[in-house]
Design a protein around this ligand. Sequence first.
Ligand code: F7E
Length: 334
Amino acid sequence: MTRTAFITGITGQDGSYLTELLLEQGYEVHGSVRRTSTLERSRLAHLYADPDIYNQRLFLHYADLDDPTTLRRILHRVQPQELYHLAGQSHVGLSFEIPETTCEFTAMGTLRLLEILRDLPEPPRFFHATSSEMFGRPAQSPQTESTPLAPINPYGCAKAFATQMVRVYRDSHGLFMVNGILYNHESPRRGENFVTRKICHAAAAIKLKQQKELSLGDTSAQRDWGHARDYVRGMWLALSHAVPGDYVFATGKVHSVQDVIETAFAAVDLDWRDYVRFDSHFLRPSEPLHLVGDASKAKAELGWSPTTSFADLIREMTQAELGALSLKEPQGNA
Ligand code: F7E
């Protein structure tokens, strides 16, 4: 029988890759989209354009995390067997500017969803996309599923609240609920205000003489960066497993923002020193430290491991930017 999945945040980077994966696996996929004045759905454009998919096996519904009545109505109607909760305000720097909005969507929005699920006649298996940011500056490196939560920014606090709530609902109400503790994961579909995409875009735009320089904040910051396509596979494997639990999804390798710069500029044969500038505007009030994940549990129980190296990821992103920007270049007379 066809399985039905529901995705919050379906129009985002992870939502679009997960939709592709689930469609390949034969699922019927539903997703919630925010009703805004702009229709930002470009990551799904190739799927809507396919008449065998859009409104046949892929369905979009207007709903949002701050409108639980609408969400409840849709979930009662769709009755998914699996729900992937990917929506939320996910920019760490921005969470210092808009902490209340961040907590409203990321913390309270998740709790509202849990309450809806608890009341469904057959609650779906639930995946919560949580974040390494809730570890803050951990004493232990690499981190595992049992590393204590000690967030140092509003986004991390919201994720810590939501993660702990998911544990409470799993343990107290016996629901099949998973926290995927996701370390940074990137791709050509990453939002432009995240550092990898910003750098890869700039390297390509400078190469094509469409941009002059690149301004960045702390380039010594380090992260554990993997490919988003690998991480959505982990989400699906976690909900396909016999028992629910929490899983770290990470590469176990750290690189600095400086490494991203050098890899991206080398991919377009430019010397980064000629173009990269420091701008204190992009500094954050605090930076997490030593965020690197130990995904041994996901490997042992789900057979999950990342497949894309850091250098391949950054090169793929830079090449994708070159391709997209070249299409926009004014074409000469043939
Ligand atoms: O920053 C530094 C910045 O914004 C990475 C989200 O998916 O991963 C992501 O959060 C680092 C930070 O990602 C700029 O200070 C320097 O140290 O790409 P990012 P993030 O904050 O790590 C986690 C796991 C999540 O859960 C989040 O949702 O890069 N950095 N200069 C900069 N960052 C940005 N954005 N822009 C700069 O100009």
